[in-house]
Design a protein around this ligand. Sequence first.
Ligand SMILES: Cc1ncc(COP(=O)(O)O)c(C=O)c1O
Length: 328
Amino acid sequence: MELIRAQEIMLTHPEHLQRPCDPDYAFGAAFVADHLCPLLTAAVPIFDAGLFHADAVYDVVSVSRGAFFRLEEHQARFARACDAIRVRNPFDREREAAILHEVVVRAGLRDAYVWWTVTRGIPPMGRNEMVDPAKFDNRFYAFATPFVFMFDDDQRARGIDLIVSRERIRIPSRAVDPKAKNFHWLDMQMALFEAGDRGAEWAVLTDEEGYLTEATGANIFAVLGGVVETPDSGCLEGLTRQSVLDLCDELGIPTACRPIHARELQAAEDVFMTTTAGSIMPVRSVDGKPVCTHGGAGELAVRLHNLYWEKRWAGWHATPVRYELAGG
Ligand SMILES: Cc1ncc(COP(=O)(O)O)c(C=O)c1O
């Protein structure tokens, strides 16, 4: 089965083309504090704890062919993350959604990567006030930019070369809970540099005991004995991961969320990663060893990838972008 060239379609298909917009916004639009601005002029106060302590939660939702995907679920996950780290979102769910629509509309995007955050913001200056989360001035920021693929069509079609990091482990959930999508990325970023050093393209991290957690910015799946399996803990509950579980249900393919030891990858019939910024990403090798005997992307990964895009473009979990906000 050939992989659907989703990136090429986004760049060429008339239903994906960027709508006319103010040229200042063509690269993207941002929302900072209380106003929209061109992405490249958006700025964060240097004293924001989101910047200097990575003290923030965020989320990313995508738009394709003019519709958000699983928007309410992304917002619900974000609200849980805010609660988990005790930041207060200055906006309610409805206003937050309106801002996400506005940044997409202002940039005229039909395919977008839409990011938003609430940071701890500006710390209090008074004595003993740092112990009180209510004393911080929490800040909301958002932006939309043309959709970003973590791996291009050619890479997804042939499969990614993955390593299991030996140098790093994913930060334990008790230290920073990965279920609350956050700015703690150093473990994952350093693992990526290790991947580069070892001649690979991406990395997956384990916990202290060698059980898989997640890849850099993505969930990991392995097909073992015909069952599509993914770790049940130590990772973000990705909405692309959920989409794969839903697609498998629809196809009658058994799934399991359970602890998976990194060793088990050696026996996997197929391996792939999932993330909003890239959909389903087949893996062709792990630690230099081919996953499939033919050496390329696994058949099931490609099938799920294609089904994901076909269904999305047919309206699966879609919230149409409110382009009428721009008056057209
Ligand atoms: C650490 C991490 N794990 C998993 C994911 C995948 O989540 P989703 O499919 O909701 O984008 C992401 C997405 O950015 C991530 O940052």
